[in-house]
Design a protein around this ligand. Structure first.
Ligand SMILES: Cc1cc2nc3c(=O)[nH]c(=O)nc-3n(C[C@H](O)[C@H](O)[C@H](O)COP(=O)(O)OP(=O)(O)OC[C@H]3O[C@@H](n4cnc5c(N)ncnc54)[C@H](O)[C@@H]3O)c2cc1C
Length: 396
């Protein structure tokens, strides 16, 4: 049996579900397909994300911000190089904001969006992935195990390893970051005081992100794969000891609370975001180094921009035969992704370089710390207060 929708979104991560909710609110018939079983999604990922103000505004606009369980605002940020004196610090007070951003569990955002979609009657099918894709009179035909769905637009929100991206042969620009990220939750002797911290070690950055318990942090430690393997092989107390030392004991002795997860890091950017009737969003379109915590913020802005492109269509217009109206939005999103990828590479290279660079880097950090106006400018961009933003992510 064949069923018709306007849009089929493959992948029920944060970006796919946010896009589904926004399009559903415009009156489009949307279906979401997720390969993981609903019962398994709760245990799949311990990752957290630092959501910036632009993402918060978007999620508020969609009516889900208050449904997100256990958000931890961070009001300060500290960045430093291991064993060095210069330290960059940022505070929400300097920007007259209540917080610089929020640390949220990815799964809590997914659950809030799923709850809102369920209340709106939108189908999210778990344990289900496309088996075959074909062009059809209606646009695209997606064969599943038990039925076939038709839609005018197919969206891959499948994350970094998108199968649809491969199926449609999207040309990609990609390179290896030479880093694996280790993620875990730790308990710390000292309270985090709502401060997000990141220390740059010669091998890569270690972030300590504050969680709702004043003594709990989520760590993201990016380092070369062999070193990551060696850390994974340590027992829990030895690993926690290494985290305490690597972070200059900034929060005292640490204890490991969860299993460690590892994520190989690779930069990816699709050269086109639309091929035929398939559109890429979120990590399916671009993956960036987590050192500035911007990946999902970028993906949510993709979703917001696409929702707005649909919202701008004159009412009653027949868009299903013609997707050209999306092109200006997609060019903008590609430029944003390219700028972000270049920025992350620049920061990564800057902190990886030895020789005469470290003393200059220290001088630069000290100079930046003494330039409140420049610091404010950088923070406003990272928070999504400045720059070109979709309407629903803007303030005022
Ligand atoms: C260690 C680490 C730390 C990070 N920290 C931050 C941070 O602090 N801030 C930030 O902004 N970003 C951060 N990021 C990036 C962020 O996690 C990603 O950008 C974000 O998860 C991407 O969301 P997504 O919805 O596009 O994809 P995903 O979260 O990967 O979701 C994709 C979904 O699609 C499903 N799927 C895949 N293939 C199929 C298929 N064929 N059929 C059906 N379903 C399918 C998957 O099961 C999954 O549910 C971090 C990334 C890493 C690796």
């Amino acid at each position: 049996m064949s069923k018709q929708s306007d849009v089929i979104i493959v992948g029920a991560g944060m970006v796919g579900l946010a896009l589904a909710l926004g399009l559903q609110r415009l009156g489009l018939k949307v279906r979401v397909l997720e390969k993981t079983l609903l019962a398994d999604t709760q245990h799949a990922d311990h990752r957290v994300s630092a959501l910036n103000l632009a993402s918060e505004r978007m999620l508020r606009h969609l009516g889900v911000w208050d449904l997100i369980a256990a958000r931890q605002p961070y009001r300060q940020m500290q960045v430093w190089e291991q064993d060095a004196h210069s330290r960059l610090s940022f505070s929400a007070d300097e920007l007259l904001q209540p917080a610089l951003g929020h640390i949220v569990a990815n799964q809590a955002v997914v659950e809030a969006l799923f709850q809102a979609l369920q209340s709106s009657g939108t189908e999210v099918r778990y344990g289900c992935e496309p088996l075959q894709i074909e062009a059809s009179a209606e646009g695209v035909s997606v064969r599943l195990e038990h039925d076939t769905l038709q839609a005018a637009l197919l969206v891959s929100a499948e994350g970094a390893h998108s199968r649809l991206r491969a199926h449609y042969h999207f040309p990609m620009l990609e390179w290896d970051y030479g880093h694996t990220a280790l993620v875990a939750t730790i308990a710390t002797a000292l309270p985090h005081e709502a401060c997000a911290r990141q220390v740059f070690l010669p091998s890569g950055p270690l972030a300590l992100l504050p969680l709702p318990d004043a003594h709990h942090c989520s760590i993201v430690w990016s380092l070369p794969p062999q070193e990551a393997q060696a850390l994974l092989a340590l027992d829990a107390p030895a690993f926690a000891h290494r985290v305490s030392v690597a972070s200059d004991m900034v929060l005292g002795m640490c204890q490991l609370l969860t299993p460690r997860q590892s994520f190989p890091l690779r930069a990816r950017m699709a050269r086109d975001l639309l091929r035929g009737r398939c559109l890429l969003v979120g990590d399916a379109a671009h993956t960036i180094h987590p050192l500035a915590g911007q990946g999902v913020n970028l993906g949510l802005m993709d979703a917001a921009a696409i929702i707005e492109a649909f919202a701008r269509l004159p009412s009653g217009s027949q868009w299903d035969g013609e997707l050209a109206f999306l092109q200006p939005t997609l060019r903008w999103r590609k430029t944003e992704a390219a700028q972000m990828l270049a920025g992350m590479e620049g920061i990564k290279q800057l902190f990886a370089t030895g020789g005469v660079v470290p003393p200059l880097r220290q001088l630069g950090m000290a100079a930046l710390q003494r330039s409140p106006a420049l610091k404010r400018r950088l923070m406003r961009i990272a928070m999504g207060l400045d720059g070109e933003l979709p309407l629903m992510a803007r303030g005022g």
